[in-house]
Design a protein around this ligand. Sequence first.
Ligand SMILES: Cc1ncc(C[n+]2csc(CCOP(=O)(O)OP(=O)(O)O)c2C)c(N)n1
Ligand SMILES: [Mg+2]
Length: 786
Amino acid sequence: MTNEAIKKFIRAADYISAIQIYLQGNYFLEEGLAPEHIKPRLLGHWGTCPGINFTYAHLNRAIIEHDLNMMFVLGPGHGFPAIQANLFIEGTLSKYYGALPRTATGIADMAKRFSWPYGFPSHSNPEAPGVILEGGELGYSLATSYGAILDNPNLIVACLIGDGEAETGATATAWHISKLIDPATNGAVLPILHLNGYKISGPTMMGRMSDEELTELFRGYGYEPIFVDAYTEADVHQTMREAVDTAIKSIHFTQHCAREKTLTKNPRWPMIILRSPKGWKSIKYIGTKRIEDNHYAHQVIAENARTNEVERRQVEAWLKSYHFEELFDGERFDADIESLIPRPDRRMGDNPHTMGGERAFKPLALPEVDSLAYTATCQIDDPACGEVSSMELVGQYLRDVVRANEDARNFRLFSPDETYSNKLHAIFEATTRCFVWPHKDWDKDLAWDGRVVEMLSEHSLQGMMQGYVLTGRNGVFASYEAFVQIIGSMVDQYAKFLHIAREVDFRGDIASLNYILTSTGWRQEHNGFSHQNPGFIDDVLQRQGCFSNVYFPADANTALVVMRRMLASKKEINVLVGEKRPLPVWRTVKQAEEDVRSGIAIWDFASDEDPHIVFGAAGDFMTKETLAAINLIHEAVPKLRVRFVNISSLSALGMGASGCSVLPHDLDYYFTPDKPVVINFHGYPQTVKQILFDYNVSADRFTVHGYEESGSTTTVFDMMVRNRVDRYHLVMDALKAAAAQGIITEADCAAKAALFEEKIATHRAFVIEHGDDPEEITNWSWQSRS
Ligand SMILES: Cc1ncc(C[n+]2csc(CCOP(=O)(O)OP(=O)(O)O)c2C)c(N)n1
Ligand SMILES: [Mg+2]
């Protein structure tokens, strides 16, 4: 394949990119460009497209000559016209969109529908084959690419990173991921840093760095940069060809040595730094305004082309400069262009790894949870009932999942340095953390090839998990509850991707994105206020559609059941919120399975017939505290009949109803049609209040307690008191309900409430004096109503 062929391919791709942005008629310039040929609203981004087309064509050449299994991840997703142009030329678009044949009609139709109401979006998106990254929010391409190559030893992901994108925190940290990549068992990322010098309205930092400065920077990150400079090279195509070949050779050599076990020190991976003018080969000046090689090329250039004759003529001259008529005869592309199209399963737009389903999805073999479950439950006054850490059991389960899927190599745990801290470390009985740069003798749980990916960059982990899951594998992200919100926006972008992808026929099944949120705010009495933030729950629940679920397992057995369910689910976003310190076990596995299936359940052992008041709890801490309150109510007002309802999941659809199912009963079944209801919630009370708004319940009979942003360094119980989720405040709610229903007198209510106010005051004095909670709190255990 000659460089002349590559040039023709790029000319065709540039032309098809440009006409998508501008034309609604006269697509092949058979007549002079008239105002009515130009779209009424010019929407799109031209500046980045020529560099993308240049890169794509050169990669196609390398794919064919070296028989590469290669995917393409585009950072600047606003360069979507270029992606679409390449998908069209290589035939992938016509394959999946039968209405867009690879003919003149197809080109015209595609151009018309780009950035057109109900047509194709302006940015990369899941409706485009081969795309695994929502193209709006910049910064995530590199980490996503690394996720795709994990455990895919023969895959190379070419990742084109914008120089503006490279200024984001997410990209800045993602370069380091190279230090985790074992070349023997993983594929390789070939980063192509696209130094077109500009972002929207100004120069980029890296664009103004010298080759020497860039080399120093990237060597530290673990790369050997190869420069391709369209400004200075006599033949930039020859340089790019050689750069790609050198990079591929270097990747293969490193992998070969690692696989032959002759690689003794950490490798340095190749990357390409491409300097090219933004808006390369388009309009140089409009008036005195410099367009090409300036930030003005970023979006639509000559944006007045429809109404301004001079600008229109410039656009016409520019489009004619490609001589598209020499490259496409109305039926087919020139033979040189055809020669650059890889065979079907090697086309980057149709790479099987990007498709999920039968071509890529490797579901997990999931062990049953029974052998790990705790068998004595606390609901029967069993003195042997014990307190168990949900996270320890979940860690053991993840260990078993690693073992059961050892050969399939399709499971990873992602964690920002917290596997130990979150008490999930039983997983290290089956695997290690992956880490390739130098090891010290005393390092523990570290090996080149490990299933646990630890890096103190939530952005990198999130990107990697997305890339891993979207290419058909399975992952869990475990984080401190308070700090996971740092990736809230990334999860939002992923949710948008999933929302659309779920409806796209050619995208098959993939695993869910699964999160464990632990080290929760209720046990941050030692770290204090900064470590308390249940806001991620809200982020997830704000998503429309029925694929976002937040689980609040009441105990360790339920946490096991939830973990298994999350790993078995597909195309969802799931969050498990659970405690790492020991808490009582209330449910057998069978009961937990029933609870989780319906998402909300009446617990008979703590409930009376025909209740006067209903207590609901979501969260393990809240469940324990609410049951403690019920015990106190039994003593304080024996005649008050109480029901306890456990809420084990919330979803965008409401209470329970996870996995797109609906509640088995309406809400009144659980909460009665007319009795007061007190809900004790793990997160912000507003979260539950918003959900209740969608049910036809009268708001004034519902009271919701939750985290009220009142944290400090204090005792566990005092943290609850400060946020009014403690047993004493809950009892006071019950007293009011009892008085309102005539079960006790107002005077009795006031007297009893005063006692509990007194208990709160005494407790505060006690913790200030003794530095810890009193034994009556720490040693509490459930007593059945006598
Ligand atoms: C996180 C984020 N911040 C801001 C933007 C708005 N934005 C869109 S394009 C762009 C400039 C991108 O520059 P670069 O990565 O160099 O892309 P290119 O020059 O290839 O178009 C910005 C700031 C965004 N999309 N995402
Ligand atoms: Mg740029």
